[in-house]
Design a protein around this ligand. Structure first.
Ligand code: PLP
Length: 406
């Protein structure tokens, strides 16, 4: 038994500094015009943290992705290569832009497989999108090389991976543009929110026109920009972050690297202890890759545990007190969503030849999803991490007692 009361890990961590920062913002301004106050401060800190020229805070990760795709000038007839295994908002903004998502299966870590990306490129392909699933970076250098060689744009959905890095370089800085969610328990959380990163001035201006206000667009978009005359309306969407959310995120950002350091240590310990246990596959992450461990995603191998169903394994672990173990329903392979099979009742005017995806088309993603167990990794509680390891050992050792006789 680990511990009985939950939640065992609460994220984002909220302390007195968080309360003071959010309350101070509450008394100073709950609505901010243009790029001012706490929003400007957050964007400045984000740009500095990632080492990019521009950061634009948004109301959600979905809004950030929508703005990024729109800024790239994607249009009807274009195709974008998207991971089959990701959260649906990685792709759904493309439906609104009438741009076809072309799904590609995953590699052994659950991320988009660069070899299969290459095979999916057509004369209509304009961009490749990578999600760093559960905070483990995709093979982003290989994807950047493909994008460069084939003249395509590279978009990163960093929603699970704030602060993750490859070879010392943070994810979100490898492509033309990156979008991040700050919703829920994401590594950097504003409760609800998101942001876009880019080094490209023109993309930045186009991002602003998609959801930021007129005052801001007028203040930042140069007089000679081809879209300058649209500064008042932009595309007509309002997708700005709330100042209280910005205040919450700003405090989290100051602590992010330190907390991720703690998570990495404890994740490394858990992986080392769980490796070799029958029925449990651990992520084998190359040494130069530093994940954000949004969760530690393990892969259940029922054939090594007498066919024990994944839900029975999760129930047994929870009974041992592992309250932060889950068999997540999302992200899930996009081809399993009705929207990707029969989108027309949601989007009646999609262009001819819109792809229809069916269950069974992405075997690696589907198998992985069926067998994924996630464990929330503590950043400052080695005893809890050790308790989880012991519980896994116990449940695996006694798995036969969990299998119902047929
Ligand atoms: C990979 C990924 N991309 C995008 C999003 C969308 O973010 P939001 O919920 O902030 O719109 C999520 C949300 O969970 C996500 O997991």
């Amino acid at each position: 038994m680990v511990r009985t009361a939950g939640p065992q890990i609460s994220w984002p961590p909220v302390d007195i500094n968080t309360a003071v920062a959010v309350t101070a913002q509450l008394y100073s301004a709950v609505s901010l015009p243009g790029r001012t106050g706490i929003i400007a401060e957050l964007e400045g800190k984000l740009a500095e943290f990632f080492g990019v020229r521009h950061a634009v805070a948004t109301s959600s990760g979905t809004a950030a992705l929508h703005a990024a795709y729109s800024a790239l000038g994607l249009a009807e007839g274009d195709e974008v290569i998207v991971p089959a295994y990701t959260a649906h908002p990685t792709a759904t903004p493309l439906f609104h832009l009438r741009v076809k998502p072309v799904l590609v299966d995953c590699d052994e870590l659950g991320n988009i497989d660069p070899l299969q990306v290459e095979a999916a490129i057509t004369p209509f392909t304009k961009a490749i999108v990578a999600t760093h699933l559960w905070g483990v970076p995709a093979r982003i250098e290989a994807l950047a090389e493909i994008a460069e060689r084939r003249g395509l744009r590279l978009v990163e959905d960093g929603s699970h991976a704030h602060g993750a890095a490859v070879g010392g370089r943070r994810v979100g800085t490898f492509g033309d543009v990156a979008a991040f969610s700050m919703g829920g328990s994401k590594p950097l959380s504003a409760g609800e929110g998101g942001f876009v990163l880019t080094d490209d001035d023109d993309l930045h201006h186009r991002v602003l026109l998609h959801g930021q206000d007129g005052a801001r667009c007028r203040g930042e978009i140069p007089i000679d920009h081809p879209l300058r005359r649209y500064v008042v309306t932009g595309t007509g969407l309002a997708q700005r972050i709330h100042p209280l959310a910005a205040a919450l995120a700003l405090g989290q950002l100051d602590e992010l690297d330190r907390r991720l350091g703690g998570r990495r240590q404890l994740a490394a310990h858990m992986i080392a202890e769980l490796r070799g246990l029958p029925g449990i596959g651990v992520p084998e992450v190359p040494a130069r890759v530093a994940p954000a461990w949004y969760a530690l995603a393990l892969v259940h191998r029922p054939e090594e545990l007498g066919g024990l169903p994944v839900d029975a394994l999760v129930a047994a672990l929870r009974a041992e007190g592992c309250l932060e173990v889950d068999h997540p329903r999302a992200p899930r392979p996009l081809n399993e969503h009705p929207l990707f099979d029969a989108p027309n009742r949601m989007f009646p005017n999609l262009p001819e030849g819109w792809p229809r995806y069916r269950a069974g088309q992405y075997p690696r993603a589907e198998r992985r999803h069926r067998n994924t167990l996630t464990v929330t990794v503590p950043h400052d509680d080695p005893a809890l991490a050790e308790g989880y390891v012991r519980a896994f050992r116990k449940v695996v050792t006694h798995h036969r007692t969990l299998i119902e006789p047929t």
